[in-house]
Design a protein around this ligand. Structure first.
Ligand SMILES: [Zn+2]
Length: 55
């Protein structure tokens, strides 16, 4: 599976930021697609560009 994580570490405060973008279930995300996360601690929103990991 090569999907963006459901939650990541907030770049602002180190808290937990949750994915709020819609993830298509029938196809993998395109590399370069930006996914939005919102931090549950500082309520900041930021976009993370998804890059496929090299093999
Ligand atoms: Zn935060």
């Amino acid at each position: 599976m090569r999907n963006p994580p459901e939650s990541i570490v907030c770049i602002e405060c180190g808290g937990t930021a949750h994915l709020i973008s819609y993830l298509p279930e029938d196809e993998p995300p395109e590399p370069g697609t930006a996914f939005a996360y919102r931090c549950s601690d500082c309520i900041d929103r930021f976009d993370v560009v998804w890059e496929e990991e090299p093999d």
